[in-house]
Design a protein around this ligand. Structure first.
Ligand code: SAM
Length: 246
């Protein structure tokens, strides 16, 4: 690995060039069981965290919304119900297996919105196109998080809002229980329900390697976003960061 740049894949140090393929392997593997696993793993709490994000996004009729790493489309579907016939909601993800599930769920919901396979680090949209950009539980998986944040800021219109929902650092007193749950229950559930223990071990590890609340706030500021703030949810298990395009 000498000479090449490295990054984290969970607790493993890997060549930067190989991380995206490893992450793709995880999401190809879990795509069909992803929604069921989300409900089981979080005891349904992910729905509340997403509902909070949707409320905070304050999407109005006629707006253009981009959901980055949108996967099976929970946020995009909610936004599609709010933008009306004049608005646009773009569901995007780098992973074809996840995007197909998300696109089909949008269609089942009666929503004819575009679904585009693309990398958050190189978004195929013009500067200043969107009123809202969201990314839920996606940033953690990206190789160059700074690049992805800069891209999300670039495509935001002046006054537009970026919302980043992601696992974060739990309160100290919750840590022992949370660790036990993450490293014992999660891989066990992954094995029993999705037939994939390794992907759910990666989930637990990738959460530990992700920047904490204040570090991510600083990264968003460095990406050029203003008035950045965050909300801790469930004692910091998850945080919603919000920032604005000047
Ligand atoms: N946003 C959905 C949700 O909240 O349920 C899906 C989240 S899922 C945990 C993470 C998603 O990030 C996967 O669908 C994965 O393919 C996507 N992803 C990972 N790296 C990405 C990248 N560089 N660009 C776009 N999507 C990416």
């Amino acid at each position: 690995m000498s000479g090449s740049r490295t990054t984290h894949f969970g607790y493993e140090t890997v060549d930067e060039a190989s991380k995206a393929a490893r992450v793709a392997g995880v999401f190809h593997s879990v795509a069909t069981r992803y929604d069921l696993m989300n409900d089981l793993m979080s005891a349904g709490l992910h729905r509340l965290w997403k509902a909070f994000t949707i409320g905070q996004a304050a999407v109005r009729p006629g707006m253009r919304v981009l959901d980055v790493a949108g996967g099976t489309g929970d946020l995009a579907r909610a936004f599609a119900r709010r933008v009306g016939s004049q608005g646009e909601v773009w569901l995007t993800d780098i992973n074809g297996s996840m995007l197909v599930v998300g696109r089909d769920r949008m269609l089942d919901d009666g929503s004819l919105q575009p679904a585009v396979r693309c990398d958050a680090e190189a978004l195929p949209f013009p500067d200043g196109y969107f009123d809202r950009v969201t990314v839920a539980f996606g940033l953690r998986n990206m190789t160059h998080k700074e690049r992805a944040l800069a891209e999300m800021r670039r495509v935001l219109a002046s006054g537009g809002r970026l919302l980043v929902l992601e696992f974060s650092q739990v309160r100290k007193e919750l840590a022992p229980l949370y660790d036990l749950y993450s490293f014992s229950v999660l891989p066990w559930l992954g094995k029993r329900v999705a037939g994939d223990e390794a992907s759910y071990r990666y989930l637990a590890e990738s959460i530990r390697m992700h920047p904490d609340q204040d570090t991510l706030k600083k990264m968003m500021e460095e990406a050029g976003l203003s008035r950045v703030r965050y909300f801790n949810l469930a004692g910091g298990v998850v945080a919603l960061h919000e920032g604005f395009q000047a």
